[in-house]
Design a protein around this ligand. Structure first.
Ligand SMILES: Cc1ncc(COP(=O)(O)O)c(C=O)c1O
Length: 335
């Protein structure tokens, strides 16, 4: 194992030894290649660069209590990447190939997988983009599918932290019938103008539905859920990324007897919830202390400490991911 102070890792890129990639040309995927070189020679007119013909994924591998290594629900990431690829007019990476490349990338960099007990894990980033040089506006015929990995620290080395959020009605993350439900780079580049100023002020951004700016959509890089009198509520929207963690939390709620509602949530209802949190692969659950609505001068307060439902769901999910409790849904893919 590498000599890394695992407790000091944050959610940033620590270089590892190998990337694994695979080229698509002449209508077929080629052989996998594991290379120590992390750069690829790409024509500057590549469709991925010119027209953002690309998509990506994010998932994690964990060293578990029994010494095994598990990746959390990679088949779901494979399916979501297939949907993103189709939306970007790219050939989807078959699930079997996705799992093979992801597994090889973890195994080739196994010395960077944090030890069990540190609560740190390995972030896996699959990326796909068009490489055919294009000047006329049309899609590529050749593509590269790459997977890089990096060790990342526990989000909460000193216990759950809470983050304040701010509603932004002046930047839309995704258009109705647009690409919000896909994990494509353009969604993120175009939201930086909203998220970066908020981050500088120590806040996350909550986007609303872009048609009416009436209902909650999601956060810049995570879904949102709220708790009202013991019920887990999360927005229903065609333009938010279908979060695998959010779906898992809804399943855990059902296991735990917590009622679940997935529905439109109007902004004015924010005052009726006792807990709020963003959820996604990065932090699993990130409790929200308050949501500011600057256009209406209202602040919805959820407290500086994580509420009981957030805490219960966080512990339940983490125990499954780290193999400390039964994985009855078969979410962990042991490699
Ligand atoms: C925009 C957006 N929403 C939600 C999520 C959460 O999805 P998941 O739970 O699959 O990580 C992500 C990624 O983490 C995201 O980028």
């Amino acid at each position: 194992m590498k000599d890394i102070d695992w407790s000091k890792l944050t959610f940033s890129y620590t270089p590892t030894d190998y990337m694994v990639h695979c080229h698509y040309g002449n209508g077929a995927w080629g052989e996998l290649q594991a290379t120590k070189e992390m750069t690829l020679p790409i024509h500057v007119a590549a469709a991925g660069l010119q027209y953002a013909q690309q998509c990506f994924e994010g998932l994690k591998a964990y060293r578990r209590a029994d010494g095994t290594i598990g990746i959390f629900r990679p088949e779901e990431n494979a399916l979501r990447m297939q949907a993103s690829a189709k939306a970007m007019y790219m050939p989807p990476v078959p699930t079997e190939l996705f799992l093979k490349v992801v597994t090889l990338a973890v195994k080739k960099n196994i010395e960077y997988l944090p030890p069990y007990g540190t609560e740190a894990s390995m972030y896996i980033r699959p990326i796909m983009f068009g490489t055919t040089p294009k000047v006329g506006v049309s899609p590529a015929s050749e593509f590269e599918f790459c997977v890089i990995v990096t060790p990342i620290g526990p989000y909460y080395p000193a216990g759950f932290g809470t983050t304040p959020f701010v509603i932004n009605r002046h930047v839309d993350r995704a258009a109705p019938l647009g690409t919000g439900q896909y994990k494509v780079g353009g969604n993120y580049a175009s939201s930086f103008r909203a998220t970066e100023p908020a981050h500088e002020a120590g806040m996350g951004v909550l986007f609303l539905d872009s048609l009416e700016h009436k209902y909650l959509d999601e956060c810049g890089g995570a879904n949102i859920f709220l708790v009202k009198n013991g019920t887990y509520c999360t927005p229903k929207s065609d333009s938010i990324l279908p979060s695998i963690i959010n779906r898992s939390l809804m399943d855990l709620c059902r296991d735990l007897g917590i009622p679940v509602e997935q529905r439109h949530i109007p902004v004015e209802e924010l005052g009726e919830f006792q807990e709020a949190a963003s959820c996604g692969t990065g932090a699993a659950i990130s409790p929200i202390s308050r949501i500011t609505d600057p256009d209406n001068g209202v602040v919805y307060d959820y407290g500086e400490d994580a509420g009981p439902v957030c805490q219960l769901l966080y512990k339940t999910l983490r125990d499954i991911q780290f193999g400390r409790s039964e994985d009855k849904h078969h979410w962990c893919y042991i490699i």
